[in-house]
Design a protein around this ligand. Sequence first.
Ligand code: ATR
Length: 298
Amino acid sequence: MSGDRRIAQYRGGRSVTTARAACVIGWPVEHSRSPLIHNYWLKRYGIAGEYRREAVRKEDFSSFIGTLAARGYVGANVTVPHKEAALALSLPDERARIVGAVNTLWHDGDVLRSTNTDVEGFLDNLDACAPHWDRNVTKAVVLGAGGAARAVIYGLLSRGVGRVVIANRTASRAEALREAFGERVRSRDWSSLEKELTDTSLLVNTTTLGMHRQPPLTLDLAPLGRHAIVADIVYVPVMTPLLAAAAARGLVIADGLGMLLHQAVRGFALWFGKTPEVTGDLRALVAADLDAAQSRGQ
Ligand code: ATR
């Protein structure tokens, strides 16, 4: 399906062209920044389209997806708690299958396809913050073992990182990821984490530690080498205590806001036919919105 084409409908004996629409489906969904991002791009590129929020309960998700096209949507983002259900209700690509979660859906003729754009969101943001990082990173440490960790690990392995060490509060979840991803992945006790950092060139936090209203991630970064990179997927606040500590040591950092913006690119391209740019203006717009929400206590 060509992204440039608008949906042509036949109404009252004449053909009318209507704007394309996409949405983010979640419960709750008010907190989603996706409408801000996609509507910014629609305006910037002069595309007559619309991106909306759809608050859909878990028990209604399947029927909502079944009527997505009838509701006028060319595709959608999917957020909590629907990411696993969306996998079962669509035709996922390899990365979505391996990550076990879907965040982007689009119609390809009669087929509802899906992918997980957190993978490229993470990688493209790292490419932007630390160009050619993959030439030097031989070992990465990933904190956490949820869906975000799976996307990050899939991305790191796809870019040839030789060794990925997972540390998680619940050791059995890290162990399950090691089994799923094979021999380049190891799991380590959270308690032996600092020892693990000495020969680590990339540290990624995928836990909720450091997020607004959550405990901070307290980790001594001294064992990391001078050229190490520290990434965080948390974006409220944008400068997490972990990233602030890394920046204070002069390390290169990649923040969760960058990942959020980069993960939105593919969906926009699929639905609206234009590959959008992640610019400083967009970043400032979303950062200001996050700041405002945080100061309202949300
Ligand atoms: P997602 O799918 O978005 O990654 P998740 O599956 O809820 O979300 O994962 C959250 C991660 O943050 C998990 O790795 C979780 O550790 P557990 O598997 O032990 O629950 C981690 N996490 C949350 N709160 C934490 C805390 N206080 N200390 C350490 N890790 C924590």
